[in-house]
Design a protein around this ligand. Structure first.
Ligand SMILES: NC(=O)c1ccc[n+]([C@@H]2O[C@H](COP(=O)([O-])OP(=O)(O)OC[C@H]3O[C@@H](n4cnc5c(N)ncnc54)[C@H](O)[C@@H]3O)[C@@H](O)[C@H]2O)c1
Length: 373
């Protein structure tokens, strides 16, 4: 077993300063993780993050981090449009990679990374690890056991609202709190499908298995957004509805919208001939699952992040526990060879649904999916 995994954090933006860095800096990880390096092109941001969280080295260039940062693995926490190129460079440099969602924008890019990692015997963990949540595993079992009869259809999705404009690290005056969210609304990689609907697509495919084909409608509904005294033109679609065929006439409606979600939210609602599972409720009543803790759910919301396997001790009090969990999936895989279920193949299939959905919307033609997991 390797001792510490030396990690480089790529991007010192919102998810890094609120989640990844505070979690990985905790002393309980000192035997397993070293915060070896952080990089960010905004002058002073990586250095400020390094000082605040005790990271060994700070760089303004990613290439420098790879060359001089002495890291075994990177967690890529930059805008989604950069993930493919940065992941490829990391694998070529012999580093294991954790990708924040989404791993890439296209299936072709994902396949290239999967092949590259296999050829070099490197590990990829590609967020979000939604099937690590015990209530999602139990939902899969309940459906298989016939708890809601014959499953008829599924709804899932998420909405931008003004979540990113209002994050705690956006409105301040220093490099760690004035982080610009504009990329979330721009191509490539912007829009609620890659950023938010991706969670529920991981859940629904984790529960139902791979899908067969998609059709969709998509466009921009809110052309201009503002944060602080600035405005951003939206050029990535912010209003998308995808119809997904899982075979045998089982369909799912997935949305990634400017505002408003259907029931089931990030997880999904499953409608059967004898009942419905909607989030944490089976026919309107809470259902049981390993570790279920109603007080915890009441206090911290329905996503049950604190039930993830590595979220213990101080990690229960730090934000973005699911991202920390996914990073630790990679750490365990690298250290002791424990393969994670948070695979690049699953991520590629979800990327296929999103990419094919956009293609269906553009062409007006239903698209066959080409991937599985
Ligand atoms: N914000 C959230 O709530 C959240 C939650 C979970 C996952 N994520 C994911 O985390 C990733 C980052 O999102 P974020 O909200 O932290 O974005 P952000 O805009 O807050 O931060 C991105 C950072 O990356 C930096 N950056 C830009 N170009 C770079 C480059 N070439 N190399 C290194 N860094 C570069 C930016 O300067 C910025 O500091 C995305 O994949 C996102 O989907 C975000």
């Amino acid at each position: 077993m390797a001792d510490q995994v030396r990690i480089g954090v790529v991007g010192a933006g919102s998810i890094s300063v609120r989640g990844i860095l505070p979690h990985l800096a905790q002393p309980d990880l000192a035997d397993r993780v070293a915060l070896a390096a952080v990089c960010d092109p905004v002058p002073g941001r990586a250095a400020a993050a390094a000082e605040k969280f005790g990271v060994e080295q700070a760089f303004t260039s990613y290439e420098e981090l790879l060359a001089a940062g002495d890291v075994d693995a990177v967690t890529i926490a930059s805008p989604i449009g950069l993930h493919y190129e940065q992941g490829k460079l990391a694998l070529e440099a012999g580093k294991h990679v954790h990708f924040n969602k989404t791993m890439t924008i296209t299936v072709a890019e994902a396949t290239e990374l999967i092949d590259l990692a296999a050829a070099r015997q490197l590990r990829i963990v590609a967020s979000p690890g939604e099937m690590l949540r015990p209530h999602h595993v139990r939902t899969r079992e309940l459906i298989a056991e016939g708890a809601i009869g014959t499953l008829s259809w599924v709804s899932c999705g998420a909405a931008f609202g003004t979540y990113h404009e209002n994050e705690s690290v956006r409105g301040g005056s220093d490099v760690l709190t004035n982080i610009d969210p504009s990329w979330y609304f721009r191509k490539p990689g912007g829009g609620p499908m890659y950023d938010m609907t991706v969670y529920s697509l991981h859940t629904v495919t984790g529960i139902l298995g791979p899908a067969r084909r998609v059709t969709a409608m998509s466009g921009v509904r809110v052309p201009t957004r503002s944060f602080g005294d600035r405005s951003v033109e939206t050029d990535a679609d912010d209003n998308t509805a995808v119809l997904i065929d899982f075979g045998d006439n089982l369909f799912c409606v997935a949305t990634g919208t400017a505002a408003g979600t259907m029931t089931g939210g990030m997880g999904g609602a499953f409608y059967g001939t004898d009942g419905t599972i909607n989030g944490l409720l089976l026919n309107g009543e809470p259902f049981d699952f390993p570790g279920r803790n109603p007080a915890e759910t009441q206090a911290r919301g329905p996503l049950n992040q604190a039930l993830l396997p590595h979220v213990t001790g101080p990690h229960r009090e730090i934000e973005e526990q699911h991202v920390y969990e996914d990073v630790m999936q990679l750490v365990d895989w690298v250290r002791d060879g424990t393969p994670s279920i948070v695979t690049a193949e699953h991520a590629r299939h979800v990327i296929d649904i999103i990419e094919s959905g956009y293609r269906a919307a553009e062409t007006g033609q239903t698209q066959d999916l080409t991937t599985t997991f």
